[in-house]
Design a protein around this ligand. Structure first.
Ligand SMILES: Nc1nc2c([nH]c(=O)n2[C@H]2C[C@H](O)[C@@H](COP(=O)(O)OP(=O)(O)OP(=O)(O)O)O2)c(=O)[nH]1
Ligand SMILES: [Mg+2]
Length: 136
């Protein structure tokens, strides 16, 4: 018997952990329909050809949430394999600058503390990110 295995698609994603001046972190809830539907995430999206991670993060946050941020240090880069695709998440710590957050591509946005974040369900790949944030 011959097994044909299609290579998994591999997405490279810039991810923002955005802190405001009160020390809260911005999270958003993915649409119910589609991939990882209804789960909470840190805002971000696909890195386009020719773009740096920092440029990607700034652009995605403007497009998806309509706020301005300062992209700071790299927290972690991590690979994760879901059942039918792979991701590499390039995660940066960011600072909220200005603008009223708007749920343009998500269903809900919240500012939460690191203690509260436990109560929200994130994709599997995020476990490590949250662990890293707690150990800082
Ligand atoms: N932005 C973000 N994406 C995350 C996190 N954790 C995690 O596993 N991901 C995954 C989910 C998605 O597959 C991918 C983000 O890509 P995306 O939301 O821009 O695009 P997508 O794959 O949902 O949609 P598509 O354009 O491929 O149809 O990274 C996270 O905390 N933030
Ligand atoms: Mg996205």
């Amino acid at each position: 018997m011959t097994e044909t295995t299609k290579p998994l698609s591999h997405k490279k994603i810039g991810v923002a952990v955005i802190y405001n001046d009160a020390g809260l972190i911005l999270i958003d809830r993915r649409p119910d329909k589609g991939l990882l539907g209804g789960l909470w995430e840190f805002p971000g999206g696909k890195i386009e050809p020719g773009e740096t991670v920092e440029e990607c993060i700034k652009r995605e946050i403007k497009e998806e949430i309509d706020i301005e941020i300062e992209v700071g240090e790299n927290l972690i880069n991590l690979d994760h394999t879901y059942s039918d695709f792979k991701v590499t998440l390039y995660v940066h710590i960011c600072r909220y600058l200005r603008g009223e957050p708007k749920p343009i591509e998500c269903q809900e946005i919240r500012w939460v503390s690191l203690e509260e974040i436990e109560q929200f369900t994130f994709p599997e790949a995020n476990t490590k990110i949250i662990e890293m944030l707690k150990s800082r």
